[in-house]
Design a binder for this molecule. Sequence first.
Ligand code: GLU
Length: 463
Amino acid sequence: MNTVRTRIAPSPTGQDLHIGNAYTALINYVFAKKYGGEFVIRIEDTDKTRFVEGSEERILASLAWLGLRHAEGPDIGGPFNPYRQSERLEVYKKYAEELIEKGHAYYCFCTSDRLAAMRKDQEANHEAPMYDGRCRELKTQSSKLNAQKEPCVIRLRVPDEGVTVFHDEIRGDISFENKLIDDQVLLKSDGYPTYHLGVVVDDHLMKISHIIRGEEWISSTPKHVLLYQFFGWKPPLFAHMPLLRNPDKSKLSKRKNPVWVGDYINKGFLPEAILNYLATMAWMHPDGKEIFSVLEMVGAFNLLAIQTTAPIFDIEKLRWMNGEYLRKTQSSKLKVQIFDFYNGKYDQNLIERTIPLVIERMKTLAEYRSLAEFFFIRPEEFERPVDKKLVGIASKALESTEWNHDAMEAAIRLETEKAGMKAKDVFMELRVAITGKTVGPPLLESLEILGKEDTLIRLSLAK
Ligand code: GLU
């Protein structure tokens, strides 16, 4: 087999990398690695009307955060200096003109007003919105001259008859009747290519061997296949992945789930957990494993085993998996992750000491704060007022005890008994006074960390 080269080709038209694109990127990355191949990142920034400022930077940062790195190639500066279509406009122009020469494309001078009117008529007649071919028969020579003077686009000349068939590695053969394929614009009047021209030219020139992308691109593929034919190029293999769904099976949407990778970063998910969860979306580890690394996935992955039934992206399941990853992380590493997540707000050594007390309850880094902030900051707010008498009992017991779990427990039990109260009630009051909350990490272990002095001050301040 020739070198396997795959790619992810995000457009900087959204806030960040979409989680669905992260999913596609993972599959492409794993597939390339499996065959010792290369994974390429290409920014498809040719739609100026939908361009979002800062999007490219965030997409690249999210890919970097996930560890899905760009292969280094001849004209690529480094792992995160991707290809960028806006820097290659001359290339697309040349190929669009080549198609004109070959008679597979034509200049179109129709104005946007004319096209809008045409579309309106088609809508009224319940016809599919398609270019009506008015400029198809213009003489190439005179069009070429006019193209120097008048705004125009270049359109693909789709054959009137026949069918265009392609083989999808996951779905089998898919065919389209040519008469239903639009004479797609290839080069816009601003000199930018459309997605269809850009994607085909680049996938060819970048020697992409497998195009693995979301199923929403299936209907575009016959146009691409025609372009490969017209250029006389061998098309890559195609595989269209199922789209991620909300638990109610609707298309993953902002209303039901966070969709940007940055949202998951901010919520305190780990990249390993996200990748592992995404891996399970339409593919099953052959040993039925649920928790596995990207490296393990590379070993076990099989593109043909991708299921096409709608994979449900369930954030609760992801949270569970993230918790598993947090518990697998060494505390020396986790303390740095927590430290960084909170921008250095909490002391690293203290973080490390608190980890064993909170880790069982944590599903995301963002949950650390509510579980452990009291270690760093005395509570100012209390979930409910404390019972001063019970706090007094705890305080008395703790004043003169040794500072370890067993001694503290014995002292509190003794003092409580003397006062004729229930130990359980004193422990609860102690918890609220120390942490401000009624639930939290193991209490006496927490006091061990806080130390006697701070504990007694907290007890005296509790409201
Ligand atoms: N630029 C397209 C996107 O935004 C790429 C689609 C493809 O992979 O061909 O996803």
